[in-house]
Design a protein around this ligand. Structure first.
Ligand code: SAM
Length: 345
């Protein structure tokens, strides 16, 4: 396993363009003697740069106005932003809060819930027919993608839906839309091994802390989605994608059952991924079922894709349907992993 220092150096290189603040900070801490101390109690999955950055961001969200916060684009308006080198300020903050950061890094794992993927799920549902749908989102995290019918979507050609929160997803090629309408969802349920309870302010703060401060629009969008969710919460149940699938499907309310997954199946090992497809197949043989997937074939080799998509690290949107016992797979589009664009095949 690469050393922590090597991981931070690699992270600095890969984030240089899209997250310049984290790139600079990664360079700055990669060789600091503080690094081993901050990760001293971290379990293996937490030994990645984003855990430390989330821990620091989490503390800053609770103490706005600190000197370090003035370097964070999402925490300070442009006219008040510090323009000096953030590295000494960051190292000083880490040293002063080392015990608390060490505890956070030891006890929490990075967690995300990307509302931009709702646009991709809307596009997939639009290819399946009219619904209305009973949606089961597996690997739902906080459940934000179970509110897809409450949002509006700007696909570059117009706005679909009447929700106050508008998700932008530019669609290619020109002339094609994301969908003709926002789908109707009549019942909904989330399933996740580690659901995020947005009613708990601390859990919501950790989710927000895991968004990168350079991606200010994502941060604002998440804040607004959390507020929307709290006004009318959606149930998300603790459970496993494979072991608890049948029970969760059985508990859906009215509507045609559709399972959605977005960047969730990559968390399952190869055996569990195969068991997942088997579980859907046996359910689909017995009754009508749909699955809309937004996943990477590289990380999820069981995805039903062919040609040059096999093993591809692209994010691919597709659908699998079971009608009268007949299974049909369709790869539909290549997408931005967070849903900023979609390119129909
Ligand atoms: C990267 S997040 C994606 C969350 C959400 N689907 C989205 O697109 O924003 C992956 C989620 O899958 C969940 N997960 C991992 N293994 C799982 C399993 N075996 N069963 C159910 N959920 C799982 C994680 O807890 C996490 O919330």
């Amino acid at each position: 396993m690469a050393s922590l220092s090597a991981r931070f150096s690699a992270f600095s290189r890969t984030t240089r363009r899209r997250a310049p603040l984290y790139s600079r900070l990664s360079d700055g801490i990669a060789t600091s003697p503080l690094l081993p101390e901050l990760y001293a109690d971290a379990p293996r999955p937490a030994r990645v740069p984003v855990t430390l950055f989330a821990a620091v961001h989490y503390l800053l969200l609770g103490q706005p106005g600190t000197e370090l916060a003035r370097h964070y684009p999402n925490l300070t308006p442009p006219q008040e932003r510090a323009d000096g080198n953030p590295v000494p300020v960051f190292l000083d903050f880490c040293a002063r809060h080392a015990p608390r950061i060490r505890e956070l890094v030891a006890t929490r794992l990075p967690q995300t819930n990307e509302i931009g993927r709702s646009a991709l799920l809307v596009a997939g549902l639009g290819q399946l027919g009219d619904g209305p749908w009973a949606q089961l989102d597996v690997g739902a995290s906080a459940g934000l993608n179970l509110m897809l019918d409450r949002l509006a979507y700007d696909d570059g050609h117009g706005v679909l839906g009447g929700g106050e929160l508008v998700v932008e997803c530019s669609v290619r090629p020109d002339g094609r839309r994301l969908a003709t309408a926002v789908p109707e969802i009549t019942s909904r349920l989330g399933l996740d091994t580690s659901p995020v309870d947005l009613a708990d302010p601390d859990a919501a703060r950790w989710l927000e802390a895991c968004v990168w401060p350079d991606q200010e629009d994502r941060f604002r969008r998440l804040e607004r989605a959390v507020a929307l969710f709290r006004a009318d919460p959606v149930p998300v149940r603790r459970g496993d994608a494979v072991a608890d699938l049948a029970g969760a499907l059985g508990d859906l309310g009215p509507g045609s059952p559709v399972v959605t997954t977005s960047w969730a199946l990559c968390y399952l090992d190869a055996a569990a991924q195969s068991a997942w497809v088997d579980a859907l197949d046996s359910r689909g043989e017995a009754s009508e079922l749909s699955w809309v997937w937004v996943e990477s074939p590289h990380q999820v080799p069981v995805l039903p894709v062919g040609g040059d998509l096999v093993g591809s690290d692209a994010t691919v949107l597709g659908t699998t349907t079971w009608r009268d016992g007949v299974r049909t797979d369709r790869a539909l589009a290549r997408c931005h992993p967070h849903g900023y664009w979609l390119s129909w095949f």
